[in-house]
Design a protein. Sequence first.
Length: 145
Amino acid sequence: MNHDKHYAEKAIEPIDVIEETIDRLTGKLDPKAVFNIGQSLKYILRAGLKEGESVDKDLDKAYNYLHRAKKGTWVKVVSLKKPLTFESLMRKYGLNVTNSENTYNSVDGLSVHRGYDFYVIHNKDSHKVYDNLNDLEKELNNLIN
């Protein structure tokens, strides 16, 4: 049998461990849970051995499959990035506060105004309205970069 390098480095064949576990669990757990446990074992047994895959990435995948085996859903990913705020967006693009904390200007005549639940970009003789910061950021990126 031809073995992938990331599995061949083991003293015990990972497929033997996975199949033995599946055999022991079949009939005791939901078939989908058994499958997901097998997948989790695959990632645990190869953690850090597959070229281009980090230990953390493999262990995250294993955890995700175990979570799915137990709960029936994938892990909800929580971003550790700071949430986008109007002020941080203005700093990112070098826009400076003017006479109002809700209006920011750039050196080339571009200004951004924050309303109650909208944002407006004024550029020379036109303006565009946005209802969320993500769309505002995309447009600022197009205009400034």
